[in-house]
Design a protein around this ligand. Structure first.
Ligand code: ZN
Length: 137
């Protein structure tokens, strides 16, 4: 009976050591995770500040864009928006009869339309890529 009690007490000690070791590992892991959480919270706060700043910048730029677009004819804006949704830059110079965007030769009609600056109703566009073309002065 005494031998059994002694074995049980030894087993009890082993379990208590195991509990202590587990508790220590838990504390270490908890401290590490708390540090990670603090780091993430600080990053979230910094990103939130950046979001606020960029949102306000976006609002300013959007207002500026709306003001800039106001005097431009709707037809021209539609053309610009259509081209810009596919490719950038929208306006490219003609050089030696070649489009500055796709570098292909444009037709003589487009070339002469780009040369005659008198007619603002006809905005010359590249036959190949559709970008607005102009002559560099
Ligand atoms: Zn082109």
């Amino acid at each position: 009976m005494e031998a059994q009690i002694s074995a049980l007490e030894e087993r009890e000690l082993e379990i208590m050591y195991a509990i202590d070791a587990s508790r220590q590992r838990f504390k270490t892991a908890e401290a590490e995770l708390k540090q990670n959480i603090t780091g993430h919270e600080s990053r979230i706060a910094s990103l939130s500040e950046r979001t606020t700043s960029l949102t306000s910048e976006l609002a300013e730029v959007s207002a500026e864009l709306a003001t800039t677009r106001e005097p431009i004819a709707a037809r021209v804006l539609r053309l610009y928006d259509r081209i810009s949704s596919r490719q950038m830059p929208v306006c490219v110079p003609l050089s030696g009869g070649k489009c500055g965007g796709c570098h292909l030769k444009v037709s003589s009609e487009v070339d002469s339309a780009a040369r005659s600056k008198a007619n603002d109703d006809e905005l010359p566009t590249c036959d190949q890529c559709g970008r607005l073309v102009y002559l560099e002065s």
